[in-house]
Design a protein around this ligand. Sequence first.
Ligand SMILES: [Zn+2]
Length: 90
Amino acid sequence: MRIHPETFTTGDLVRASGIYSVTHPAHRLFAEAALFRGEAFPKCALCSARVIFNVIREFPGLDFMENLSLRIPLYELPVLEDEPAIIPAA
Ligand SMILES: [Zn+2]
């Protein structure tokens, strides 16, 4: 599979805070994820297959929020099941 240069995958360093689209054919994950600069792109909670991320929108202003210690880094992407998922308020 050809990977576009602006495509990122699990373990890559997030270089720009923003909203990223999530592509992971193996499991149904959230379609989008908000990620912060300096974090690593998260893995699927259920498997080690690669998760693909593409920038939808960069939010440079989010970089300042890291200093507030309100942000919990996202290490895993929860798999969406039939039961309702709890989405943290932004
Ligand atoms: Zn998976």
